[in-house]
Design a protein around this ligand. Structure first.
Ligand SMILES: Nc1ncnc2c1ncn2[C@@H]1O[C@H](COP(=O)(O)OP(=O)(O)OP(=O)(O)O)[C@@H](O)[C@H]1O
Ligand SMILES: [Mg+2]
Length: 304
């Protein structure tokens, strides 16, 4: 197990006050628990504002959790200071939707990929250079691009640069946050295949966030569905897609555009599987929790 997330909450102040005078908050992530196994891809889906980015950022401590526990390789990291986190930083990286905004336009491709290695500062220059060449190659960037600038590239190639930069430190864990969402469909599949290839050669574990269910299905071993800051369902991808149990997951599946993709639509999604005996859905959120209703299949519901 690489990560264990136990009852994590992340509330943001809204700046307002409630009638009783306490501070108003947005419960971006609200009592969420799950694990991430080494080498897997855990997909996260859910509508805009459901908390996907917040949980991804909180796991790698780009956000401080409001409460709860985050274990990385068995070690609690939720209370580590910035300084204590520093040696762990290189183990955890994030790939963004729009690499362009995170790539300094005045730096060359070579400088951009090398910069995290320079900051980390524990590798001799020769090795840093060798690493830049290696990651350019495995990310499909031609060697002569090394002295070019980000604006000279297409969106897909810029994403390759962003990926090479994120992976140069050889992290164990990568959050891919809408990493292909801004790309054309044909480029999307190239970048997805690149991420799958890199996962194999670099032994990576991914949390793969997307609002696009087809993309998440393609990428993931297991899928977690978020709704209003809660995990409402979590299961192996086939189980989640073909035997969904939570009404919100069913709604998401029904809303997939009717295009053939990965055979999802031509196979039969069974929308009528009942919850196993002893579990019921309930509108009262307080009565509900994430229960393992079948082996490996978790649903936000009430246990009788
Ligand atoms: N830094 C912040 N300050 C205040 N509120 C925030 C902050 N970051 C996120 N939120 C709020 O937390 C909630 C969850 O946001 P989050 O970005 O995690 O959602 P998301 O599922 O990633 O959405 P999207 O699909 O649009 O990327 C939203 O209501 C958002 O407005
Ligand atoms: Mg987001």
């Amino acid at each position: 197990m690489l990560f264990e997330v136990n009852h994590v909450c992340k509330y943001f102040p809204t700046g307002g006050n409630t009638l009783s005078g306490s501070k108003e908050v947005v419960k971006a992530v609200d009592d969420v628990s799950f694990v991430v196994y080494e080498g897997e891809t855990l997909g996260i889906v859910g509508e805009s504002g459901s908390g996907k980015t917040t949980i991804g950022r909180t796991m790698i401590r780009l956000n401080d959790p409001t409460s709860g526990e985050i274990l990385f390789e068995g070690r609690p990291i939720q209370d580590l200071t910035r300084k204590q986190m520093r040696p762990l930083r290189k183990e955890m990286q994030i790939i963004f939707q729009d690499p362009y905004s995170s790539l300094d336009p005045r730096m060359t491709v070579g400088q951009l990929i090398q910069e995290p290695l320079d900051i980390q500062g524990d590798l001799p220059l020769e090795e840093r250079k060798a690493r830049v060449h290696y990651f350019m190659e495995i990310c499909g960037l031609e060697p002569h691009y090394i002295n070019r600038y980000p604006h000279e590239f297409s969106g897909g190639q810029r994403q390759r640069i962003g990926i090479a930069r994120s992976l140069a430190l050889r992290p164990k864990f990568v959050v891919c946050d809408e990493a292909v969402s801004a790309l054309d469909v044909s480029i999307q599949s190239q970048i997805m295949n690149l991420l799958i290839y890199l996962q194999e050669v670099e032994n990576l574990t991914y949390v793969f966030i997307s609002h696009n269910l087809n993309v998440v299905y393609h990428m993931s071993d297991r899928i977690m569905v978020m709704y209003h800051g809660k995990v409402v369902e979590l299961a192996d991808r086939e189980e989640l897609y073909f035997h969904p149990l939570h009404p919100y997951t069913k709604l998401l599946l029904r809303s997939i555009p009717n295009v053939e993709h990965e055979g999802i639509k031509e196979r039969h999604v069974d929308y009528h599987v009942p919850l196993p005996d002893g579990y019921v859905l309930d509108d009262d959120q307080k009565a509900c929790a994430l229960h393992e209703v079948k082996p490996g299949h978790f649903v936000f519901c009430k246990k009788l």
